[in-house]
Design a protein around this ligand. Sequence first.
Ligand code: SF4
Length: 115
Amino acid sequence: MEQKNFPCKGCGNGCFLEVTYEPERICAIQGNSCQNGRRYAEELLLCQVVEISLPTTDGRTILARTAEPIPLKKREECLKECEGIVMETPVIQGEVILYDAAGTGVSLIAAKTVI
Ligand code: SF4
């Protein structure tokens, strides 16, 4: 378990959160005045933007990333869904490559334009 202390930015109330967590869950939280504080801590500590390089049909690679952070526990599932994807160029930055990656409701998008 790890512990981090930081201000919640869920609203302007300025609660100071003390959070104990494991890689996939919040174990304990103190200092939050509402449940949005827990959600804020979860998004900050247990989610990340997933990035992956995908091959293109002309032998290059493009960088793809989730449009928003997704739960860390969904990372492997997301990467597995990307197996076998080969992109046809041109690819435009922000183009959706995969909708609802790993059932998170977040899309995987092209991080850069490749012409
Ligand atoms: S814990 Fe709730 S009340 Fe406190 S700063 Fe976060 S969102 Fe605002």
